[in-house]
Design a protein around this ligand. Sequence first.
Ligand SMILES: Cc1cc2nc3c(=O)[nH]c(=O)nc-3n(C[C@H](O)[C@H](O)[C@H](O)COP(=O)(O)OP(=O)(O)OC[C@H]3O[C@@H](n4cnc5c(N)ncnc54)[C@H](O)[C@@H]3O)c2cc1C
Ligand code: FES
Length: 305
Amino acid sequence: MHDLRFVIPGQDINREDFASSVPDFNQRSEIMKTEMGYKCAITKIVSLTEKEKLFQLRIIDSRERNIFRFKPGQFLMLELPGYGEVPISISSSNSNHEFLELCIRKAGHVTSALFTVGEGTHVAIRGPFGSAFPMDEMTGNNILLIAGGLGIAPLRAPLFWINEHRDRFLNVHVLYGVKDPSQLLFTDQFDEWEIINQIILHSIVERAENGWNGKTGIITDLFSDVSIEQSKTYAIVCGPPVMFKVVCRYLDRIGIPMNRMFVSLERRMHCGMGKCCRCMVGSTFTCIDGPVFDYWSVMNLKEAI
Ligand SMILES: Cc1cc2nc3c(=O)[nH]c(=O)nc-3n(C[C@H](O)[C@H](O)[C@H](O)COP(=O)(O)OP(=O)(O)OC[C@H]3O[C@@H](n4cnc5c(N)ncnc54)[C@H](O)[C@@H]3O)c2cc1C
Ligand code: FES
């Protein structure tokens, strides 16, 4: 495995300031030099469903482990040597400096190869990349976390954050929709969060199977279970574009301001750092200006959804 490190002493690897600045190609080339690659060991693999596994990673070098920091909503580029790199959302708590968790669906070339490796395998990560959910800005408000299918993966980091700072928020509801009950992820953890911290999970499936006695329907059917105070609510919506379009339209209709709804946009990515243009929507780089956008920005991005 080649060494991916590009280190300039004294440079800050956190690209948040950059992500919100005016596009400047010279500045972007500087970022490539300051990005780091980290060698990791896969320390644990948990099979969640037929198609999804949770990978726990540990950065091998303790010095590197100590400097790696991320914000909820950011992603990293995960390399399986010999197969390639894929962008994956960080799905663990950003206060956990020992391990990173990635919830990965088997989709194609690289992710299928990942499903064949065992614990102890070495991989590499670059990042963290992209914009984050504005957790501080949301303080003092009700929070709706809305996930469709694998959208629960990017939602998990802000969920951990809210759980760890629960007293800063009013009511917190998670609305989670999947096709059938076998696709529900992390339900044990939700039970725990509900009991300890009153983070209330509302789940719904499109097709009831295996003795499911919960709700059946689509995700917007869950809104009738929650009373929403428009002027004091923020929403994070993650899932396929068709789902967040419907959900954000609903929230807009009931009066939640568009700049208080946040989505994570997924595009094909290659470099993750504004170099290859693979992820561009118009003149916007999904990898550095996103993946987290407020709904107002998404509506103004032609062909974003
Ligand atoms: C910011 C970001 C965060 C992501 N987070 C996660 C995550 O937490 N967990 C997870 O399982 N996946 C996540 N993805 C999607 C993941 O990157 C793709 O599934 C992966 O790149 C597929 O690579 P592959 O080599 O296995 O498949 P390929 O052989 O490259 O492709 C297989 C199929 O997947 C589709 N595909 C490939 N890349 C993407 C993409 N970026 N978005 C949508 N469809 C794609 C292809 O069109 C093709 O149909 C994320 C993507 C982005 C951009
Ligand atoms: S992934 Fe290369 S520019 Fe965004």
